[in-house]
Design a protein. Structure first.
Length: 333
């Protein structure tokens, strides 16, 4: 098999579609290198003293795990000096991180969830890193949070790394979705899946069922119909898979279809869902749409939402497009 490295892929993409100028290529390669470093730490586990929690909380009021902070540091340090970015933002930082004055300033903005699936870190279950790349607005002099608040449709690239039995990087720059597997011996990313496609229909769903009593009526109805199986209104049996790492659940869906849901519920109206728009929902929506799937908040396309703050939360329904259409339709009724 002829091996195509991430670098070769990016160079050839640029020749083909003119969508990956050198600065963006550098950005993607630096993010990919950071994910390699994070993967290395994740893989050491107790031997690297990286498991467990810290005493700090992030801006979302969640207790930070050691690996949340380590991964955030790795991404910040790797991406500061290359001259490709104007600023970064992260789940683990309340405010944006402008590139320090001592480095040249680039034209891109990088947003990330450094470690997704934190509750799975200590139990050796797949976790990941999610990232989204935006262009800094024309004429921007000093980056501010406002500059990040662009709808997901304006992303120029998005991707995630999944740290599972294999470490893989899934990437889109707007011309389909490709998957690279980390060759641990060589330390290189090798293209292993081209043009990933999510089947439009599925018999598999993913949702945290323990929240069911809090769901709104359309979600109750939809999931009840799935559970009713072949004698119910959907006339087929559905299976459930829930990993509680969005990266791992989305990765399964990209490979064999399915619908992933994290709805808003009736507990706290100031908290519309759990997942964050800028660094979880938008990048995943971009990837899923590029693979022929769909992603909505129950009412509209996620990538059309105009963000109003960096850490804004959003309900998420994504995956196989026929199922996303059904549950989105129930919200409209
Ligand atoms: P994070 O670890 O970045 O805070 O995100 C975890 C998210 C997501 O990965 C997952 O789908 C969801 O939280 C699971 O949450 P619950 O177990 O609370 O339902
Ligand atoms: Mn997350
Ligand atoms: Mn996280």
């Amino acid at each position: 098999m002829k091996r195509i490295s991430l670098t070769q892929y990016l160079v050839e993409e640029q020749r083909l579609h003119n969508t990956i100028p050198a600065e963006l290529r550098l950005l993607i390669e630096v993010v990919a290198r950071s994910c390699k470093t994070i993967s290395h730490s994740v893989g050491k586990g107790a031997l690297g003293d990286v498991l467990g929690a810290l005493e700090t909380e992030n801006v979302q009021g969640e207790v930070q795990k050691k690996l949340d902070v380590i991964s955030n540091e790795i991404l910040l340090e790797a991406n500061e000096w290359g001259g490709h970015l104007a600023a970064m933002a992260s789940e683990e930082m309340e405010t944006i991180h402008p590139i320090p004055n001592r480095y040249p300033m680039g034209e891109y903005l990088l947003v990330f969830d450094p470690l997704d699936g934190s509750s799975n870190i200590d139990v050796n279950v797949s976790i990941g890193t999610i990232f989204s790349v935006l262009k800094a607005p024309e004429g921007m002099v000093t980056p501010s949070e406002q500059d990040f608040l662009q709808p997901g449709a304006q992303q120029v690239a998005a991707g995630y790394a999944v740290y599972g039995p294999q470490t893989q990087l899934v990437l889109t720059t707007g011309h389909g979705v490709n998957c690279f597997t980390l060759d641990r011996e060589m330390g290189s990313w090798v293209l292993t899946q081209r043009g990933m496609q999510i089947p439009p229909t599925t018999k598999e769903f993913a949702i945290n069922m323990s929240n069911s009593r809090h769901w709104h009526a359309p979600v109750q109805r939809y999931v009840n119909e799935l559970l009713a199986g072949d004698t119910g209104p959907r006339a087929k049996n559905f299976n459930m898979r829930w990993i509680a790492s969005m990266v791992a659940d989305v990765h399964r869906i990209l490979n064999r279809g399915g619908i992933f849901m994290y709805p808003a519920d009736m507990r706290d109206t100031s908290m519309p869902g759990k997942l964050r728009l800028m660094y979880e929902a938008n990048p995943m929506a971009f990837i899923v749409e590029q693979a022929g799937g769909a992603a909505t908040d129950g009412k509209q396309r996620i990538m059309d939402i105009q963000p109003h703050k960096l850490h804004q939360r959003v309900p998420v329904f994504l995956g196989s497009r026929d199922e996303v259409a059904v549950v989105t339709g129930y919200h409209a009724e």
